[in-house]
Design a protein around this ligand. Structure first.
Ligand SMILES: C[S@@+](CC[C@H](N)C(=O)[O-])C[C@H]1O[C@@H](n2cnc3c(N)ncnc32)[C@H](O)[C@@H]1O
Length: 239
């Protein structure tokens, strides 16, 4: 385990001071995706909640299950939620190893095996490289998505800066083309959504990857079925 992960508050303060949190939040603000109001979000390797809390803020009445290997990051996520004025009743936290993303131990000791098709969004940031079997983890994450749901990965970039920081954090994600082939084989399209200069400095270390099933995309294109059954549809991203 990386030493700084034992000091969640220090990690949380550093990514704020150096602008990485702001950059990730600005990227999520631009995602042109539709979600149902009240969406269920699973944020894996949540750290201090950068990705999950931002999605929670953007989607009205959504709820978040935030998981991490380190309990102190779960506390940091809840502290950041309080700081941002987010109603804590919308958030559940639990310990989970990204190798087995569907196996969660809640803070009261309750063990859960998350059911298939139970989340509208499964998100992760800069952490797939911690899975002992990234392809198996991705497959589980896709299985947890409801039909039409999205997997959002703010992955470590494969550029030189991303690779150096990834090395320092002992985090080595699969090459993007291997990820894309894995998703294709599962019936999903994995799109790369670039970070922009305005997401600085996060644009120097991360790439955006978003997956949705090809079946859902075809239905949406054909107008044959609503993207989501029930609930108001919410679009996040710039008009
Ligand atoms: C680089 S931080 C990313 C935090 C946040 N997702 C973000 O986008 O900024 C990596 C996080 O992964 C967690 N982590 C490391 N190994 C893990 C594992 N095997 N399973 C689950 N979480 C893990 C760490 O505790 C840390 O919170």
């Amino acid at each position: 385990m990386v030493f700084i992960y034992k000091m969640a508050n220090v990690y949380s303060a550093l990514i704020k001071v150096f602008g990485y949190e702001r950059g990730a939040r600005s990227f999520i603000d631009r995602l042109d995706l539709k979600f149902p109001e009240g969406a269920r979000i699973l944020d894996l390797c949540c750290g201090p909640g950068v990705v999950g809390l931002k999605l929670l803020e953007r989607i009205p009445n959504s709820t978040l299950l935030a998981t991490d290997l380190e309990k102190n990051f779960l506390k940091a996520t809840l502290a950041n939620a309080r700081e941002r004025g987010i109603d804590e009743s919308r958030i559940t936290v639990g310990v989970a190893d990204v190798t087995y993303p569907d196996v969660v131990t809640l803070t009261d000791g309750t063990k859960l095996v998350l059911p298939s098709q139970s989340f509208d969004i499964v998100s992760i940031g800069a952490s797939m490289g911690y899975s002992k079997d990234q392809i198996a983890s991705f497959k589980t994450m896709l299985r947890l998505l409801k039909p039409g749901g999205h997997l959002i990965n703010l992955e470590m970039s494969t550029n030189i800066v991303g690779r150096l920081i990834g090395k320092w954090y002992s985090c080595r994600p699969l090459p993007t083309d291997v990820m894309k082939r894995t998703f294709e084989a599962e019936g999903y399209t994995l799109r790369t959504i670039p970070f922009k200069l305005r997401d600085f400095p996060t644009n120097t270390t991360r790439i955006g990857l978003v997956a949705q099933s090809r079946a859902a995309q075809a239905e949406i294109l054909a107008g044959a079925a609503p993207e989501y059954a029930g609930g108001e549809e919410v679009t996040i991203g710039e008009a």
